[in-house]
Design a protein around this ligand. Structure first.
Ligand code: APR
Ligand code: PHB
Length: 388
């Protein structure tokens, strides 16, 4: 088989790229290790920066998001028993869109199917060769049969555990990593959210987050030790602990209910440099991971695809590789800033030591961010997303 671009991974990064290339007449094939049902079933974050919203619009998949998504002009920081609102609209003129990644994934798959785009599911043993030539080779097996694809470029959108990043020789690849000694226990329930905007809670018992998927579906998180097991947390134990961490007024009006999903995610910061090896380009979680505080994961995948699609479109229009060769540098400049924000927002809101000095530093910083106009602007402009 021959195509123009082989895309590995049908997550948000891979499918967004596939649709954008399609719209520009660039033929591509997507290889996915799992089934559509499996990929769609994963519960992830749900806050989109305006840049990501624009990317989904550009790919032609924004219609349901604009209809069902919730535009938020602010969010709350709760600390020391207080609720303080960050008014993103007043501070920056911007806002975010609250719309679950599960829905985005569904919209992307639907759009790919509508154009009869080529997604090959259940592939195994993907391997990438000849990336230093003008026609790299991707091989894989499906149902025990071996297949080959020759294309001009390969996009590695196969997530943190994929093969693409490992294809870059370790002599060239540099990886930066921080693993945090805690995780997030998430619970999804068909209950109305406690407030109509998100609440990030700094509490002596640990961080908590009140988020939502709609006006009738809530997503809550609790900071838990990295040794915690989801089986040890009954729904009741979750709600009891959440109430202890919320300010009094919110605890009193919290509506609990049965969980639809409950899981623990480990917190990690990770960046791989560079994101290019010859004609292989790495994008999304394959190249970087952020802790979920601030919900930058999907948004970074969208900005990577912005730069990468621009480079590929320029190449197929003009033959110039100049934008493509700037992909890694441009994408990384934005990635590092989002890494810094996610790391710093995690430091600001989580319990990471028993030292009361650390706690007082957090409170002082939270007061600064919420009381000072300059402070509000700093946090708001990072939250709505830095420019592409
Ligand atoms: N071959 C083919 N597909 C693979 C392989 C492989 N060897 N390894 C992984 N994949 C697939 C996974 O099954 C998954 O569907 O690649 C896809 C990667 O998707 P994501 O992990 O969703 O990553 P990405 O598209 O970069 O999206 C980033 O979405 O996943 C969230 O937290 C993440 O919010 C972030 C954003
Ligand atoms: C979520 O809704 O899952 C979510 C929202 C905001 C975050 C992280 C996760 O910062």
């Amino acid at each position: 088989m021959n195509t123009q671009v082989t895309i590995i991974g049908a997550g948000p990064a891979g499918l967004l790229l596939s649709l954008l290339l399609d719209r520009n007449g660039i033929e591509n094939v997507v290889l996915e290790r799992r089934t559509r049902e499996y990929v769609e079933g994963r519960i992830r974050a749900g806050v989109l920066e305006m840049g990501a919203v624009e990317m989904l619009d550009r790919a032609g998949v924004g219609e349901r998001m604009h209809r069902e998504g919730l535009v938020h002009d602010g969010f709350y920081l709760a600390f020391d028993g207080k609720m303080r609102r960050i008014d993103m609209r007043a501070a920056t003129g911007g806002s975010v869109m609250v719309y679950g990644q599960t829905e985005i994934q569904r919209d992307l798959f639907d759009a790919c199917e509508a154009r009869q785009g080529k997604i090959i599911f259940n592939v195994e043993d993907v391997s990438i060769k000849d990336t230093d030539t003008v026609s790299p080779l991707v091989t894989f097996t499906q149902g025990g049969k071996r297949h080959e694809i020759r294309s001009a470029f390969v996009a590695g959108c196969d997530g943190f555990h994929g093969v693409s990043r490992q294809t870059i020789p370790s002599s060239i690849r540099r990886e930066y990593e921080r693993v945090y000694p805690y995780g997030w226990l998430g619970l999804l329930s068909d209950t109305p959210p406690v407030e109509d905007e998100l609440i990030y809670v700094n509490h002596e018992r640990g961080f908590a987050l009140c988020s939502m998927r709609s006006k009738t579906r809530s997503r809550y998180y609790l900071q838990v030790p990295d040794t915690a097991k989801v089986e040890d947390w009954s729904d009741q134990a979750f709600w009891d602990e959440l109430k202890l961490r919320l300010p009094e007024e919110q605890a009193a009006k919290l509506i609990s209910g049965d969980s639809i999903e409950k899981s623990i995610a480990q917190l990690r910061s990770f960046v791989c440099e560079p994101l290019q090896y010859g004609r292989l380009f790495i994008a999304g979680d394959a190249g970087h991971i952020v802790p979920p505080t601030g919900a930058k994961g999907l948004n970074l995948a969208a900005s990577d695809i912005h730069y990468l699609s621009e480079g590929l479109i320029e190449y197929f229009n003009s033959g110039s590789e100049s934008a493509l060769n700037q992909y890694s540098t441009k994408a990384l400049a934005r990635i590092w800033k989002a890494e810094r924000f996610s790391w710093s927002f995690s430091q600001l809101t989580h319990r990471f030591s028993d030292d009361p000095f650390d706690y007082r530093m957090q409170l002082a910083e939270l007061e600064y961010y919420t009381e000072s106009e300059a402070g509000q602007k700093v946090i708001a402009e990072n939250y709505i997303g830095l420019p592409y």
